[in-house]
Design a protein around this ligand. Structure first.
Ligand code: AMP
Length: 281
Protein backbone atom coordinates (compact mmCIF):
# COMPACT_ATOMS: atom_id res chain seq x y z
CA UNK A 1 0.00 0.00 0.00
CA UNK A 2 1.37 3.36 -1.02
CA UNK A 3 1.36 6.07 1.66
CA UNK A 4 1.08 9.58 0.26
CA UNK A 5 1.61 12.72 2.32
CA UNK A 6 1.58 15.57 -0.21
CA UNK A 7 -0.57 16.69 -3.10
CA UNK A 8 2.25 16.55 -5.63
CA UNK A 9 2.78 12.82 -4.96
CA UNK A 10 -0.99 12.38 -5.07
CA UNK A 11 -1.09 13.85 -8.57
CA UNK A 12 1.74 11.49 -9.64
CA UNK A 13 -0.22 8.54 -8.24
CA UNK A 14 -3.31 9.77 -10.11
CA UNK A 15 -1.37 9.96 -13.36
CA UNK A 16 -0.13 6.36 -12.94
CA UNK A 17 -3.71 5.15 -12.52
CA UNK A 18 -4.84 7.04 -15.60
CA UNK A 19 -2.15 5.18 -17.56
CA UNK A 20 -3.30 1.81 -16.17
CA UNK A 21 -6.83 2.51 -17.55
CA UNK A 22 -8.41 0.88 -14.49
CA UNK A 23 -11.32 2.48 -12.66
CA UNK A 24 -10.40 4.51 -9.63
CA UNK A 25 -12.35 4.59 -6.36
CA UNK A 26 -11.94 7.11 -3.57
CA UNK A 27 -12.94 6.76 0.10
CA UNK A 28 -12.49 10.00 2.07
CA UNK A 29 -12.38 9.62 5.88
CA UNK A 30 -11.32 11.36 9.05
CA UNK A 31 -9.52 8.26 10.33
CA UNK A 32 -10.08 6.30 13.57
CA UNK A 33 -11.22 3.67 11.13
CA UNK A 34 -13.71 0.90 11.91
CA UNK A 35 -15.65 -1.75 10.00
CA UNK A 36 -18.01 0.91 8.62
CA UNK A 37 -15.14 2.64 6.80
CA UNK A 38 -13.74 -0.68 5.66
CA UNK A 39 -17.11 -1.60 4.11
CA UNK A 40 -16.56 1.35 1.75
CA UNK A 41 -13.11 0.04 0.78
CA UNK A 42 -14.67 -3.42 0.25
CA UNK A 43 -17.37 -1.92 -2.01
CA UNK A 44 -14.67 -0.23 -4.12
CA UNK A 45 -12.67 -3.47 -4.37
CA UNK A 46 -15.82 -5.36 -5.41
CA UNK A 47 -16.26 -2.83 -8.22
CA UNK A 48 -12.73 -3.64 -9.40
CA UNK A 49 -11.40 -0.17 -8.55
CA UNK A 50 -7.91 0.84 -7.61
CA UNK A 51 -8.72 2.23 -4.16
CA UNK A 52 -7.42 5.37 -2.51
CA UNK A 53 -8.46 6.23 1.04
CA UNK A 54 -7.78 9.62 2.60
CA UNK A 55 -7.38 10.34 6.29
CA UNK A 56 -7.75 13.98 7.22
CA UNK A 57 -9.51 15.49 10.21
CA UNK A 58 -10.73 18.68 8.60
CA UNK A 59 -10.68 21.57 11.09
CA UNK A 60 -12.97 23.78 8.98
CA UNK A 61 -15.99 21.48 9.35
CA UNK A 62 -15.97 21.43 13.17
CA UNK A 63 -18.20 24.08 14.65
CA UNK A 64 -17.34 22.83 18.16
CA UNK A 65 -13.59 23.26 18.93
CA UNK A 66 -13.79 20.64 21.71
CA UNK A 67 -15.22 18.08 19.29
CA UNK A 68 -12.25 18.72 16.98
CA UNK A 69 -9.73 18.55 19.81
CA UNK A 70 -11.15 15.27 21.12
CA UNK A 71 -11.57 13.62 17.70
CA UNK A 72 -9.84 10.21 18.03
CA UNK A 73 -6.66 9.45 16.08
CA UNK A 74 -5.43 5.86 15.64
CA UNK A 75 -3.19 6.11 12.59
CA UNK A 76 -1.16 2.87 13.07
CA UNK A 77 -4.33 0.85 13.53
CA UNK A 78 -5.91 2.61 10.54
CA UNK A 79 -2.99 1.68 8.28
CA UNK A 80 -3.18 -1.93 9.50
CA UNK A 81 -6.92 -2.12 8.69
CA UNK A 82 -6.42 -0.55 5.24
CA UNK A 83 -3.59 -2.94 4.43
CA UNK A 84 -5.70 -5.95 5.46
CA UNK A 85 -8.60 -4.65 3.35
CA UNK A 86 -6.36 -4.48 0.27
CA UNK A 87 -6.51 -0.69 -0.09
CA UNK A 88 -4.02 0.41 -2.75
CA UNK A 89 -3.02 3.79 -1.36
CA UNK A 90 -3.73 6.18 1.47
CA UNK A 91 -3.42 9.95 1.43
CA UNK A 92 -2.59 11.48 4.83
CA UNK A 93 -2.08 15.21 4.36
CA UNK A 94 -1.26 17.72 7.10
CA UNK A 95 -3.46 20.77 7.64
CA UNK A 96 -0.73 22.92 5.99
CA UNK A 97 -0.69 20.61 2.97
CA UNK A 98 -4.46 20.87 2.54
CA UNK A 99 -4.71 24.57 3.31
CA UNK A 100 -1.43 26.18 2.26
CA UNK A 101 -1.22 29.91 2.75
CA UNK A 102 -3.05 31.72 -0.01
CA UNK A 103 -5.39 28.83 -0.86
CA UNK A 104 -8.90 30.08 -1.53
CA UNK A 105 -11.17 28.77 1.20
CA UNK A 106 -14.00 31.17 0.44
CA UNK A 107 -15.46 28.76 -2.10
CA UNK A 108 -19.17 28.17 -1.50
CA UNK A 109 -22.05 26.67 -3.43
CA UNK A 110 -25.73 27.29 -2.98
CA UNK A 111 -26.89 24.31 -0.96
CA UNK A 112 -30.45 25.60 -0.59
CA UNK A 113 -32.44 23.70 2.00
CA UNK A 114 -29.52 21.31 2.59
CA UNK A 115 -27.77 24.13 4.44
CA UNK A 116 -30.78 25.01 6.57
CA UNK A 117 -32.22 21.84 8.08
CA UNK A 118 -31.17 18.96 10.38
CA UNK A 119 -27.34 18.83 10.69
CA UNK A 120 -26.99 22.26 9.06
CA UNK A 121 -29.37 23.85 11.54
CA UNK A 122 -27.44 22.39 14.47
CA UNK A 123 -23.88 22.73 13.16
CA UNK A 124 -23.63 26.18 11.55
CA UNK A 125 -20.91 26.30 8.91
CA UNK A 126 -20.38 22.52 8.99
CA UNK A 127 -21.36 21.84 5.39
CA UNK A 128 -19.35 24.81 4.09
CA UNK A 129 -16.32 23.13 5.66
CA UNK A 130 -17.29 19.78 4.13
CA UNK A 131 -17.71 21.35 0.68
CA UNK A 132 -14.33 23.10 0.96
CA UNK A 133 -12.35 20.03 1.91
CA UNK A 134 -14.12 17.65 -0.48
CA UNK A 135 -13.63 20.11 -3.35
CA UNK A 136 -9.88 20.34 -2.65
CA UNK A 137 -9.64 16.54 -2.39
CA UNK A 138 -11.69 15.78 -5.48
CA UNK A 139 -9.82 18.32 -7.62
CA UNK A 140 -6.60 16.38 -6.99
CA UNK A 141 -8.03 12.87 -6.86
CA UNK A 142 -10.72 13.07 -9.57
CA UNK A 143 -11.95 9.50 -9.01
CA UNK A 144 -14.37 7.58 -11.20
CA UNK A 145 -16.25 6.43 -8.10
CA UNK A 146 -16.71 8.18 -4.78
CA UNK A 147 -17.82 5.97 -1.88
CA UNK A 148 -19.86 7.65 0.86
CA UNK A 149 -21.71 6.23 3.86
CA UNK A 150 -25.42 6.98 4.18
CA UNK A 151 -24.90 7.18 7.95
CA UNK A 152 -24.05 10.79 7.04
CA UNK A 153 -27.22 11.03 4.97
CA UNK A 154 -27.28 14.80 4.48
CA UNK A 155 -23.56 14.81 3.66
CA UNK A 156 -24.19 12.46 0.72
CA UNK A 157 -26.76 14.95 -0.62
CA UNK A 158 -24.38 17.89 -0.08
CA UNK A 159 -21.47 16.18 -1.87
CA UNK A 160 -23.80 15.08 -4.69
CA UNK A 161 -24.78 18.74 -5.08
CA UNK A 162 -21.09 19.75 -5.20
CA UNK A 163 -20.30 17.16 -7.88
CA UNK A 164 -23.35 18.24 -9.89
CA UNK A 165 -22.51 21.95 -9.54
CA UNK A 166 -18.91 21.39 -10.66
CA UNK A 167 -20.11 19.22 -13.54
CA UNK A 168 -17.64 16.47 -12.61
CA UNK A 169 -18.16 12.99 -14.01
CA UNK A 170 -17.74 11.28 -10.66
CA UNK A 171 -20.22 8.56 -9.76
CA UNK A 172 -21.26 8.64 -6.12
CA UNK A 173 -21.81 5.23 -4.58
CA UNK A 174 -23.83 5.44 -1.34
CA UNK A 175 -23.07 2.61 1.12
CA UNK A 176 -25.32 1.37 3.92
CA UNK A 177 -24.56 1.90 7.60
CA UNK A 178 -22.60 -0.83 9.37
CA UNK A 179 -23.85 -1.42 12.91
CA UNK A 180 -22.57 -3.05 16.09
CA UNK A 181 -24.38 -6.26 17.13
CA UNK A 182 -26.76 -4.28 19.34
CA UNK A 183 -27.66 -1.91 16.50
CA UNK A 184 -25.51 1.11 17.41
CA UNK A 185 -24.21 2.71 14.20
CA UNK A 186 -20.42 2.34 14.07
CA UNK A 187 -18.73 5.70 14.54
CA UNK A 188 -15.22 6.90 15.30
CA UNK A 189 -16.73 8.79 18.22
CA UNK A 190 -18.06 5.59 19.89
CA UNK A 191 -14.66 4.96 21.53
CA UNK A 192 -15.20 8.12 23.56
CA UNK A 193 -18.26 6.62 25.30
CA UNK A 194 -17.86 5.24 28.83
CA UNK A 195 -19.18 1.72 29.41
CA UNK A 196 -22.48 3.05 30.79
CA UNK A 197 -22.81 5.62 28.02
CA UNK A 198 -22.14 2.88 25.46
CA UNK A 199 -25.07 0.86 26.87
CA UNK A 200 -27.33 3.90 26.82
CA UNK A 201 -26.30 4.73 23.22
CA UNK A 202 -27.98 1.51 22.06
CA UNK A 203 -31.31 3.20 22.70
CA UNK A 204 -30.71 5.57 19.75
CA UNK A 205 -30.87 2.96 17.00
CA UNK A 206 -33.55 1.05 18.96
CA UNK A 207 -35.73 4.18 18.81
CA UNK A 208 -35.20 4.49 15.05
CA UNK A 209 -36.10 0.84 14.40
CA UNK A 210 -39.17 1.10 16.66
CA UNK A 211 -40.31 4.24 14.83
CA UNK A 212 -39.96 2.35 11.56
CA UNK A 213 -41.99 -0.59 12.96
CA UNK A 214 -44.72 1.70 14.27
CA UNK A 215 -44.94 3.92 11.21
CA UNK A 216 -48.35 4.10 9.54
CA UNK A 217 -50.00 3.34 12.91
CA UNK A 218 -49.41 6.88 14.19
CA UNK A 219 -48.89 10.29 12.58
CA UNK A 220 -45.15 11.05 12.07
CA UNK A 221 -45.09 14.04 14.42
CA UNK A 222 -46.66 12.13 17.30
CA UNK A 223 -44.06 9.37 17.01
CA UNK A 224 -41.04 11.70 16.95
CA UNK A 225 -42.39 13.72 19.87
CA UNK A 226 -42.90 10.62 21.97
CA UNK A 227 -39.41 9.21 21.22
CA UNK A 228 -37.69 12.55 21.87
CA UNK A 229 -39.33 12.56 25.31
CA UNK A 230 -38.34 8.94 25.99
CA UNK A 231 -34.72 9.40 24.93
CA UNK A 232 -34.36 12.64 26.88
CA UNK A 233 -35.38 10.77 30.04
CA UNK A 234 -32.25 8.58 29.81
CA UNK A 235 -29.26 9.66 31.91
CA UNK A 236 -26.76 11.92 30.11
CA UNK A 237 -28.90 11.98 26.94
CA UNK A 238 -29.86 15.16 25.07
CA UNK A 239 -31.67 14.84 21.77
CA UNK A 240 -30.54 17.64 19.42
CA UNK A 241 -33.12 16.63 16.88
CA UNK A 242 -35.17 13.58 15.91
CA UNK A 243 -37.19 14.18 12.79
CA UNK A 244 -39.20 12.34 10.18
CA UNK A 245 -38.61 13.89 6.77
CA UNK A 246 -38.91 13.03 3.11
CA UNK A 247 -35.59 11.44 2.08
CA UNK A 248 -35.39 13.48 -1.15
CA UNK A 249 -36.57 16.93 -0.08
CA UNK A 250 -35.64 16.67 3.63
CA UNK A 251 -38.93 18.45 4.34
CA UNK A 252 -40.89 17.27 7.40
CA UNK A 253 -43.34 14.44 6.79
CA UNK A 254 -46.90 15.49 7.43
CA UNK A 255 -48.21 12.09 6.39
CA UNK A 256 -46.34 8.89 5.54
CA UNK A 257 -44.98 8.41 2.02
CA UNK A 258 -46.66 5.18 0.97
CA UNK A 259 -43.95 4.41 -1.56
CA UNK A 260 -41.07 4.68 0.94
CA UNK A 261 -38.65 7.64 1.09
CA UNK A 262 -39.51 8.12 4.76
CA UNK A 263 -36.34 9.15 6.58
CA UNK A 264 -36.03 9.17 10.34
CA UNK A 265 -32.89 11.02 11.30
CA UNK A 266 -31.38 12.01 14.62
CA UNK A 267 -28.47 13.61 16.44
CA UNK A 268 -28.15 12.77 20.09
CA UNK A 269 -25.58 13.77 22.68
CA UNK A 270 -24.61 11.09 25.19
CA UNK A 271 -22.51 12.97 27.72
CA UNK A 272 -20.43 15.20 25.46
CA UNK A 273 -20.28 12.69 22.60
CA UNK A 274 -22.46 13.66 19.65
CA UNK A 275 -23.85 10.69 17.70
CA UNK A 276 -25.92 10.66 14.51
CA UNK A 277 -28.01 7.92 12.93
CA UNK A 278 -30.85 7.47 10.45
CA UNK A 279 -33.05 4.93 8.68
CA UNK A 280 -34.89 5.13 5.37
CA UNK A 281 -38.04 3.05 4.97
P1 AMP B 1 -15.82 9.82 8.75
O1 AMP B 1 -14.45 9.27 8.99
O2 AMP B 1 -16.72 9.72 9.94
O3 AMP B 1 -15.79 11.19 8.12
O4 AMP B 1 -16.48 8.86 7.68
C1 AMP B 1 -15.88 8.62 6.44
C2 AMP B 1 -16.88 7.90 5.56
O5 AMP B 1 -17.24 6.67 6.18
C3 AMP B 1 -18.17 8.71 5.35
O6 AMP B 1 -18.61 8.54 4.02
C4 AMP B 1 -19.10 8.06 6.34
O7 AMP B 1 -20.46 8.20 6.00
C5 AMP B 1 -18.66 6.60 6.28
N1 AMP B 1 -19.06 5.89 7.50
C6 AMP B 1 -18.88 6.30 8.77
N2 AMP B 1 -19.44 5.42 9.64
C7 AMP B 1 -19.99 4.44 8.88
C8 AMP B 1 -20.72 3.25 9.18
N3 AMP B 1 -21.02 2.88 10.43
N4 AMP B 1 -21.13 2.47 8.15
C9 AMP B 1 -20.85 2.82 6.86
N5 AMP B 1 -20.17 3.94 6.51
C10 AMP B 1 -19.74 4.74 7.50
Amino acid sequence: MEIIYDRKSLLNFRAKIRDSKRSFGFVPTMGALHAGHISLIDAAKENGDIVLCSIFVNPTQFNDPQDFKKYPSTIDHDLELLLQAGCDAVFIPSVEEMYPEGVDISFKIDLGILDQVLEAAHRPGHFNGVVQVVKILLESVMPDHLYLGTKDFQQVLVISKLVETMNWSIKIIPCTTVREKDGLAMSSRNVRLSRTQREIATEISKALFEIKDQSYKYPPELLTKSYIERLNLLPEVTVEYLELVDSHSLLPLITWNEKGNNLVVTAVKVGDVRLIDNLVF
